[in-house]
Ligand binder design. Structure first.
Ligand code: ADP
Ligand code: MG
Length: 643
């Protein structure tokens, strides 16, 4: 028989253990939640195999978790009758940090404790957050243990029971189990550190279990007494569930330390029977980051857990939701593969989507403030619903935007509100894409909209443009980028009163000269522009670049990145005849059409337009031309002032 074999923890694992054993955390008590949840998972796995008709060893053992205290030896024991682990499985599951990215884990952890230390001298990191975020459940036991012995007997096969032992420092060993091996499942013997002796007190353990493990679906016995007494909440009638129970269950389910924003509790009979308890968290989901794969609902069939994070029950744009679905209409022994194609699952998904959208609609109407809060947290994910063709109109109505009419970033309106307060005769919803609100406001293309009092939606996230392009229309209104606006589309909207002094109109002579100046600028810029023409959209800027095909510059940029095209696009340069800069050019041009300063000015105008469009390739040239022009301007200024 194999004797005791010593192993070194892998370096990464060792680093994590080192942090867990040597740092003091608040909320250390959750180590117990982690051990109970592992025991519960093991029982779930066993029940799942039984439901498929397999027969484990000792089939009559009850499915339960038992916790006992040995005050004399300062030992806490957690035992389950679950699926168990073989020797190899123990080495595999308990010897390494299972989740990849532990380098990231350590970096984040270091950052976190640095930040904490910076905040207030003595602040300790919260263990719950760290463990919840990085999924190092089992290892959390080393926050309170000086030594841990895990003895396990697999429920299937005839592998003998084995014991895994470690002090959580550098090594662990695996050996044959002694006489205290369980008949089936796993026994975890925790030798408590001196400073963790509070976990030998029964009342202390009881409150920890009730607090964190109240909804575990198997009996948890403490010194022989059952302490978790919570029902399967989602199956209870709605009226009998209190807000506290909802919140408590949410926290047990998600480990989120904040209360949920809202919940949707459903009992549906047709087209399929199911109960669901779905939560809208008050914390933003990390769907685009580390938490990419961690979404989905817990799927139960007749109160038996089929799987965690089931991703077929929700479309991706509702990935921020948490919760449980329990149906009578699925066989317990369904495999994961067939689950995906299952009609029942598809029908549940469709019903859930309808219910969730209905709930959001009600919230948007009845409690706009709550809806805005929802939007701030989850709008980024929810927007992806633009490609759910079946529900597109409902989703479009639920979108919110910041716009030119708002004072700051916090304002939000719906497309509906936009349309209601649009100008008489307006049939287009206008938007501009920019990296932030300030850039959107300063975008030259929005000037004419400001002048005419036409509201513009500000889109500041990369996905926004796809959402708008994807929608294309809303209730017969076109949705368009301000960059694609033509004079024709805007001519019916008169200018709103404007207290800014207007430039004097040009004489006929000057108008003709200006046309020639445009041709001269085109000559100077050559192939860099498609054309140079008069603009009707500008007020405060001397010029801007427009593309004739109506594609907005940010979309164009995206396409170029996709095609790895880093050339500068050739566009039309539109100039503002009433701008002081253009008027000055006109004067110089009329005096001498070949004056070299015209070249510098034309180049400069072009460069700043490129800069605003995000395409400037040669900042040195721009800087040096600007400096030359400034030097000339300074000299002339001194001349005129006679100083
Ligand atoms: P997680 O539970 O997120 O997988 P843990 O660190 O809590 O991560 O546990 C690591 C693994 O160890 C589990 O996935 C499981 O395979 C195994 N394990 C831990 N405790 C038990 C147990 N009581 N019975 C069977 N397997 C267990
Ligand atoms: Mg775990």
């Amino acid at each position: 028989m194999a004797a005791s074999v010593h192993h070194e923890f892998r370096t990464e694992t060792r680093k994590v253990l080192n942090i867990l054993t040597n740092s003091l955390y608040t909320n250390r008590e959750i180590f117990l939640r982690e051990l109970i949840s592992n025991a519960s998972d093991a029982l779930d796995k066993l029940r799942f195999t039984q439901n498929k008709g397999q027969s484990p060893c000792q089939p009559d053992l009850p499915l339960e978790i038992a916790i006992t205290i040995d005050k004399e030896h300062k030992i806490l024991t957690i035992r389950d009758t679950g699926i168990g682990m073989s020797r190899e499985e123990m080495a595999e599951n308990l010897g390494t940090i299972a989740r990849s990215g532990s380098e990231q884990f350590l970096a984040d952890l270091a950052k976190e404790s640095d930040a904490k230390a910076g905040e207030e001298g003595e602040a300790k990191p919260d263990a719950a957050q760290i463990i919840g975020r990085f999924g190092v459940g089992f290892y959390s036991v080393f926050m309170v243990a000086s030594k841990v012995e895990v003895t396990s007997r697999p429920a299937y096969g005839d592998a003998p029971a084995a014991t895994w032992v470690s002090d959580g420092l550098g090594t662990y060993s695996v050996e044959d189990a002694g006489d205290n091996a369980p008949e089936r499942g796993t026994v975890i013997v925790v030798h408590l550190k001196e400073d963790a002796e509070e976990y030998l007190e029964k009342y202390r353990l009881e409150s920890v279990i009730k607090k964190h493990s109240g909804f575990v679906p198997f009996p948890v016995l403490l010194e022989g007494e059952k302490v978790n007494t919570q029902p399967a909440l989602w199956r209870e009638p709605k009226f009998s569930v209190t807000k506290e129970q909802y919140t408590e269950f949410y926290k047990a389910l998600t480990y989120d330390h904040k209360d949920p924003q809202d919940q949707i509790h459903l009992a549906v009979d047709a087209p399929v029977q199911f109960n669901a308890l779905i939560y809208i968290p008050d914390t933003e989901a990390d769907i685009f980051g580390m938490g990419r794969d961690h979404w989905g609902l817990d799927l139960y069939a007749r109160r038996v857990l089929i799987n965690h994070e089931n991703k077929d029950l929700l479309p991706e744009y509702l990935a921020f939701l948490k919760g449980v679905v329990d149906t009578e209409d699925l066989p317990l022994n369904i495999s994961r593969e067939t689950l995906q194609e299952n009609v029942v699952i598809r029908k549940i998904q469709q019903t859930l989507v309808k219910q969730v959208l209905g709930h959001l609609e009600k919230m948007a109407k009845g409690d706009p403030e709550a809806y805005e809060k929802f939007w701030q947290r989850h709008g980024r994910v929810f927007k992806m619903g633009y490609n759910d063709f079946v529900n597109r109109d409902r989703i479009a109505a639920l979108l919110r935007f910041n716009s030119s009419e708002h004072e700051d970033n916090n304002g939000l309106i719906s497309l509906e509100t936009y349309m209601e307060r649009a100008r008489e005769g307006q049939k287009t919803i206008w938007f501009v894409c920019a990296p932030n609100r300030e850039a959107a406001r300063l975008n030259p293309h929005t000037e004419i909209f400001r002048r005419k009092g036409l509201e513009v939606l500000f889109l500041c996230e990369p996905i926004d443009e796809f959402v708008m392009e994807g929608l294309g229309k809303y209730k017969e209104w076109d949705i368009k980028s301000v960059e694609s606006a033509t004079d024709e589309q805007l001519k019916d909207f008169s200018d709103k009163a404007d207290d800014k002094p207007k430039a004097a109109p040009l004489t006929d002579d000057d108008t003709a000269a200006f046309d020639k100046l445009l041709a001269r600028i085109k000559e100077i810029l050559g192939d860099k522009v498609k054309d140079v023409r008069l603009s009707h959209r500008l007020a405060d800027s001397p010029a801007c670049l427009v593309s004739d095909d109506g594609m907005s510059s940010s979309m164009e940029k995206f396409m170029r990145v996709m095609q790895k095209d880093d050339s500068v696009p050739v566009k039309v340069l539109e100039v503002n005849r009433d701008h002081g800069l253009m008027r000055a050019m006109l004067r110089i041009f009329k005096a001498d059409a070949t004056d070299p300063v015209l070249t510098d000015m034309a180049q400069g105008i072009f460069d700043t337009s490129l800069l605003l469009d995000g395409y400037l390739k040669d900042p040195q040239a721009l800087a040096s031309r600007t400096n030359t022009l400034l030097a000339q301007a300074g000299a002339w200024y001194a001349e005129v002032k006679k100083i």
